[in-house]
Design a protein around this ligand. Structure first.
Ligand SMILES: [Zn+2]
Length: 321
């Protein structure tokens, strides 16, 4: 399948590489490599095996001298772990948080293949949306290689003399979000706690915890930040994500308090984002998921909308832009 644009490899500090996708939209994630002595740690794989193979091919001159001994999955979304099978060779430790490992079991590549196979039966608007978002990736025949080692809270790993710290800051974007920090170079791989020039998705929440994660990243003051999607960023990028999350939470609470339905609140809040800094961000319709996640905290006993119906709301919102 064709990519809308190609990843590129950038050395962001001595022996630390970011594999960046220029658009960062649905499934077009970033990944990384930390070289330490005669070993390397990969930070995340990509959404399918061909993309991950492309990453491995680009890395080959580096990993010939410093083979990958460790793979870190920052969280459970497939665009950060569905390529694991190509990397998780015998002797390679695959690490995630306990919560992420559990969540990976819940949405294997076969589930995405199944969703795409019925997309055309879900109506033209939703069908087109799903094909646009996910149709470029190869989910069929891909078995997920799960983590072989899990942790909760904090773990420090040693890549042949180079320390990489894993800090679990979720639940926020997903249940077990983890960031990887290389202290000797002050480089932070933030996973999907940061979408830059793209709209963050609050699958798990609560937003208060994601805001705490943003505050934690600001206090860390890393020199270089590699987001899960979008270009390299700095603390201004972290603050922009925090502003968006606060605007969503405050906006939903106000509209819920005013007696709006969830759907009405979504459309109304979306309109209020016109001509703001958020209106230029990609995949803006993800707001529908974010509103539903906050709404669930306000009405915890109400039935939650199923994900396919939420995607129908996304497709409908997207038709406005
Ligand atoms: Zn992602």
């Amino acid at each position: 399948m064709s990519s809308p644009a190609a990843h590129s490899l950038e050395e962001v500090a001595d022996g630390i590489f970011a594999y960046l996708h220029p658009t960062g939209g649905w499934g077009w994630s970033n990944a990384g490599l930390v070289v330490g002595g005669r070993d390397s740690a990969m930070i995340d794989t990509l959404y399918d095996q061909p993309l991950t193979q492309g990453f491995l091919d680009v890395l080959a001159p580096l990993t010939a001298h410093s083979p990958i001994s460790t793979l870190v999955n920052t969280h459970a979304n497939g665009d950060h772990c569905y390529g694991n099978g190509l990397v998780a060779l015998p002797g390679v430790e695959v690490i995630s948080s306990v919560a992420s490992a559990k969540e990976m079991d819940e949405l294997p590549p076969s589930a995405m293949a199944g969703l795409l196979s019925v997309a055309d039966q879900l109506g033209p608007e939703l069908g087109d949306y799903l094909h646009r978002a996910f149709g470029s990736f190869e989910f069929l025949g891909n078995e997920l290689s799960p983590p072989t080692s899990t942790f909760s809270g904090f773990r420090s790993i040693d890549i042949d003399g180079r320390v990489v710290e894993l800090h679990e800051l979720g639940p926020a974007h997903t249940t077990g979000d983890t960031v990887a920090f290389v202290p000797d170079a002050s480089v932070l791989f933030a996973g999907d706690l940061l979408f830059i020039q793209g709209t963050p998705i609050v699958w798990a929440g609560p937003i208060s915890n994601w805001l705490s994660a943003c505050a934690w990243m600001c206090a860390l003051q890393p020199k270089v930040i590699v987001p899960g999607h979008g270009p390299l960023t700095d603390l201004d990028g972290v603050r922009a994500v925090a502003r968006y999350l606060s605007a969503v939470e405050d906006g939903v609470i106000a509209r819920h308090g005013a007696g709006m339905t969830r759907i009405k609140a979504t459309v109304d809040l979306d309109l209020s984002f016109d001509q703001t800094e958020f209106s230029e961000w990609g995949d803006r319709e993800r707001l529908a998921i974010n509103v539903a996640t906050v709404w669930a905290t306000l009405e915890p006993t109400a039935a939650q909308p199923p994900v396919p119906s939420l995607f129908g709301e996304l497709a409908s919102l997207a038709s406005r832009y």
